[in-house]
Design a protein around this ligand. Structure first.
Ligand SMILES: Nc1nc2c(c(=O)[nH]1)N[C@@H](CN(C=O)c1ccc(C(=O)N[C@@H](CCC(=O)O)C(=O)O)cc1)CN2
Ligand SMILES: [Mg+2]
Length: 283
């Protein structure tokens, strides 16, 4: 068997074709969406992700605001930047690029983001709304995973999904999304305390690997025909490596590669969240 590729780049392009007229309609009403990013420090990967987000904004007509701050910025000064964006009418949605340096308190910064401008769905009120099943901006990577599976017709209703990783940007919110009635999946969140990860993966119809451990998922762990999404990335000397061993393509029915799978979908869902927030603000 050779897996059907879940092509995140092509899907992202299709989503941008859908967003463009919506952004144009907002612009005609004098309400052009504006995405701001708050980037602290000089991590090359974070800089590359943020650059990608702004390039994508230009492609669909969303305005860009960039805040690039030194790694040694203090909490109070950074909170001042958040307050500025909350008050800026040109900024209709924004994100704090994660991770930020350890001396800063991530939780209190995310809490300070005006929930109406929360483009990442990581403000605790947005996450609480997700738990309660109320409308909220959804975290971009989990939303991108669900959207990619939906557009390729991968069945989630009644499916058993195994997720590797319980972090705040992927695993934990993904479990919440997939167990909504609209998705109706049964989810196992695997983490460092899981006794037999291989056993959990091998009975899954869908595997999402977001552990950040190169080649952790091998063909023997995958049920033939399962959908496998490679989300984790580790940057080694030989370049970026995903969590999924390349030979998994011989066993899986669907494979979301890394790069070219969930990463582009994360960007597409960020821009979707920004457009949706701007549309809500004109009602
Ligand atoms: N505030 C947030 N911080 C982080 C998030 C997030 O959703 N919100 N997710 C990740 C990083 N991330 C988005 O910020 C992200 C990661 C990867 C990609 C992407 O397009 N990757 C490409 C490869 C690009 C490259 O290697 O340079 C791909 O997979 O094809 C986009 C966004 C952590 N932080
Ligand atoms: Mg900290």
């Amino acid at each position: 068997m050779s897996a059907t590729i879940l092509d995140g780049k092509a899907t992202k392009n299709a989503i941008y074709d859908e967003l463009r007229p919506r952004v144009a309609a907002l612009a005609e009403q004098g309400r052009t969406p504006g995405l701001a990013t708050v980037l602290v420090g000089d991590d090359p990967a974070s800089h590359s992700y943020v650059r990608g987000k702004h390039n994508d904004c230009a492609r669909v007509g969303i305005e860009s605001i960039r805040k690039e701050l030194p790694a040694d910025i203090g909490q109070a000064e950074l909170e001042g930047v958040i307050d500025e964006l909350n008050a800026d009418p040109a900024c209709t949605g924004y994100i704090v690029q994660l991770p930020i340096p350890d001396h800063l308190d991530t939780g209190s910064l995310l809490q300070r983001v005006d929930v109406r401008k929360d483009a990442d769905g990581l403000n605790p009120v947005s996450l609480g709304r997700l738990v309660l099943g109320e409308p909220a901006p959804l975290p971009c990577t989990p939303r991108g995973i669900v959207e990619l599976l939906r557009r390729y017709g991968v069945e989630l209703n009644g499916a058993h999904v195994a997720v590797l990783g319980r972090g705040i940007t992927v695993g934990r919110p993904l479990g919440l999304l997939l167990t909504r009635r609209s998705e109706n999946a049964t989810v196992t969140l695997c983490h460092t305390g899981t006794k037999d990860v291989a056993a959990e993966l091998s009975r899954a119809d869908v595997v999402v690997a977001a552990a950040g451990k190169p080649n952790l998922v091998t063909p023997d762990m995958i049920k033939p025909g399962a959908a496998v999404l490679d989300v984790g990335v580790t940057r080694g000397e030989s370049g970026p490596l995903g969590d999924v061993h390349p030979d998994v393509a011989e066993v899986a029915g669907f494979l979301s590669p890394n790069p070219g799978g969930v990463g582009p979908m994360t960007r597409a869902m960020l821009l979707t969240n920004v457009v949706e927030a701007a549309e809500r603000s004109v009602r």
